[in-house]
Design a protein around this ligand. Sequence first.
Ligand code: GLN
Length: 552
Amino acid sequence: MARKKNHKYIFVIGGVMSGVGKGIATSSIGYLLQAKGFSVNLVKVDPYLNVDAGTMNPTEHGEVFVLKSGLETDQDMGNYERFLDRDLSSEDYMTSGQVYLTVLKKERALEYKGKCVEAIPHVTEEIRRRFTRSAEVSGSDITVVEIGGTVGDYQNMMFIEAARILNLKNPDDVAFILVSYLPVPGNIGEMKTKPTQNAVRQLNSYGVQPDIIIARSASPLDEKRKEKLSISCSVPEENVISAPDISSIYDVPINFEKEKMGDILMKTLRLTTRVKKDGLATWKKFAGSVHAATEEVKIAVVGKYFDTGDFVLSDAYLSVIEAVKISSYKVGRKPKLTWINSKEFEKGTMDVSILKEFDGVLVPGGFGESGIEGILLAIRYVRENKIPYFGLCYGMQLACIEYARNVVGLAEANTTEINKNTLYPVIDIMPEQKKLLADGKYGATMRLGVYPAHLKFKTIAREVYGKDVIEERHRHRYEVNPEYIGHLEKAGLVFSGTSPDGILMEIAELPKKVHPFFLGTQFHPELQARPLNPHPLFTAFIKAVVERSKKK
Ligand code: GLN
């Protein structure tokens, strides 16, 4: 698809410090533009040299969000898709690593025809090519680009420079937004604008003037500070948006709209709204349901990376948490998640019977050996005690291993990810994966992205999805070993979803008459759960959770 004439770009840049909600601000801007009747794609620029996010540790860098295409990206891409309720493409994500890799490959192929290859202009040209390409591929009216990092970082300078040039060539079609932070130092008790003034000055030194400042702070901005920022940063007063801390990220688009952000964007980009009615009505309904849900349901998340503290976990499992929340709000409940480190069960410092205190148990994806025996103890307990269970990827594989060990009677059943020489490799590496690892090819080599699955009639999965064929996103190297499918099925486990050729097992479940909800997926349903489109499997799990909470 060609880029539309007068295609608009908005660049979102951070000031003062990171971690102030630039991703949510970008997502909300995207939603507001959609609500004005425009089609929008959101782009994340990550200044690091990794080619994608797949090789990074989630407890350090947040979850790896997998796009439909299979590209492993930053968690912000998940926020974008959730707010827009739209699939984004590989072209909507770029890292410095990707940019340099392309430039260096071109250099090796003599494509620069003997020229000296330099950061400027060749790297910035490649960045601009990528901005334009994402607009073309998406076919959208407006592209909103979030530049990672903060103004003043060396790493993101090239991206800001590329944006500056794009603005120079199309001044009517480009806008800059600075998301800045206004601290309220405890000993002074007053909101300070100076760091933001300095951030704008720094941005000015790059040749970029922000059109809008989103002023993040603990409390709302008063008129005095708006005026001060306006005068010192040369931004019209109405374009200084007050963005105080709030309890639900889903209120951000509504708060922006209270500050007339939609109209300001229209004016800045020389556009007129395409809708007459309140484009935010459906969003407001969802955002309202977040606050309306007060009755709690208690869900234990049992996993292995859990010795890092709750703060880190909320990033490492962002999509899982959001998927649970979204489905809970849909049925009018507020989820209370408790993180349980499965190593505690192994060491005996916590007894698995603690799980009966919960209304449901979830085991998310993961890799490697540590804490796995503890997870298996937990799965056995919830299966035998009929506590709703939802296993995602590793959580499904481990449910199959637990079933093989304790129901089929193959006591040493395991995954070859943990024990290469296990007697019963119920979960085994895919043959093509074996070769990749032997060659040391780790990056972007898993089974990644969307694959179809066929659902079996008269199963929970078929009933919940309401259709025969589904498409879900994957990220794994191991599979249910075809040699054990017969044994597991004979013992009562149902493979309700398989690859179209019937070889790969995509969903395992126990019939409702045996267990209220015991289901695992080889794919990651959490990646496609959205506020305005909750994921049916998460909703089914939460419904079972609610049922149990009523009985207690
Ligand atoms: N470690 C398992 C595999 O590679 C599961 C991966 C996951 O949970 N994402 O197959």
